[in-house]
Ligand binder design. Structure first.
Ligand SMILES: NC(=O)c1ccc[n+]([C@@H]2O[C@H](COP(=O)([O-])OP(=O)(O)OC[C@H]3O[C@@H](n4cnc5c(N)ncnc54)[C@H](OP(=O)(O)O)[C@@H]3O)[C@@H](O)[C@H]2O)c1
Length: 252
């Protein structure tokens, strides 16, 4: 594809930018000429993501905290004076079957994965001009249910619902809202959930058998879609879910 310069000077606010898909996305935006503010709870991870990338700046915040939207949006405006794209990527997964769901852990997932995007997007809204884009990073919960991961799956299904709804609400203002739903991607997400290497390897083997392409995604293969969904060339794309899943949903 021909390289375009349509992201030159665009200001991107990206949560969960210190590792995995978020880090790959921040670097891909920066390589495309955009300025990026990456947000996360761990300064070292953010610093690593920004290292040798002068267009990436870091801001430490917990998106689940009620005061985060105000401070995060203020930091983006301080850094760039504008917000052209908001990528709600930060999330946690804490798998548990129904009988073992802990209220505090469930609330943490809801606050991070669902209420975080709701109130960060709300806070950014007055600053979004026509042409701005919101990308919600969701997932591909099986339509028949997700045994052992119902709370996480629910947050992601709900986030897709927000995408559809906000796309309609915000279309008159020229603001697009899109979900990018990764398939199984090689990131530290399960390490962050406290899984052992052995348990992760076993889970990957089981999943691989259900992925028609027979491999996991690399973070940059998801990042490509997030970045391109924000480009003005994608201006007719809104209210939809881009599933980047190696065929999992079709063949699994
Ligand atoms: N990997 C997959 O197979 C897969 C599949 C489907 C969907 N996804 C989605 O893809 C997105 C990125 O996940 P990933 O796989 O790249 O996992 P990851 O490496 O764990 O990335 C998540 C990032 O979010 C940050 N984060 C978590 N809680 C936060 C909070 N309360 N406030 C601010 N930042 C927070 C984490 O950093 P700190 O802990 O330092 O804050 C981390 O850098 C998530 O939305 C995930 O649900 C991933």
């Amino acid at each position: 594809m021909e390289e375009t310069h349509t992201l030159d000077g665009r200001a991107v606010l990206l949560t969960g930018g210190g590792t995995g898909i978020g880090r790959a996305t921040a670097r891909r935006f920066a390589a495309a000429g955009a300025d990026v503010l990456v947000v996360g709870r761990t300064a070292e991870r953010l610093a690593e993501a920004a290292e040798q990338h002068p267009r990436i700046r870091a801001f430490v915040a917990d998106v689940a905290a009620p005061d985060a939207p105000g401070s995060v949006v203020a930091a983006a405006l301080d850094a760039f004076g504008r917000i052209d794209a908001l990528v709600n990527n930060a999330a946690i997964t804490r798998p548990a079957p129904l009988g073992e769901i802990d209220r505090k852990v469930a609330e943490e997932q809801l606050a991070t994965n669902l209420l975080g995007p709701v109130f960060l997007t709300q806070r950014a809204l007055p600053h979004l001009e026509p042409g701005a884009t919101v990308v919600n990073v969701t997932s591909n919960p099986p339509y028949y249910g997700w045994p052992g991961n119902s709370v996480y799956g629910s947050t992601k299904v709900a986030l897709d619902f927000l995408t559809h709804t906000w796309a309609v609400e915000l279309a008159p203002r020229g603001i697009r809202v899109v979900s990018v739903a990764p398939g199984v991607t090689r990131t530290p997400v399960l390490h962050h959930a406290g899984f052992s290497d052995e348990r992760i390897a076993a889970a990957a083997d089981e999943l691989l058998a259900r992925i028609p392409l027979r491999r996991l995604a690399e973070p940059d293969e998801i990042a490509w879609w997030i970045v391109n969904a924000v480009r003005p060339e994608a201006g007719y794309l809104t209210g939809t879910v881009i599933r980047v899943d190696g065929g999992l949903g079709a063949g699994g």
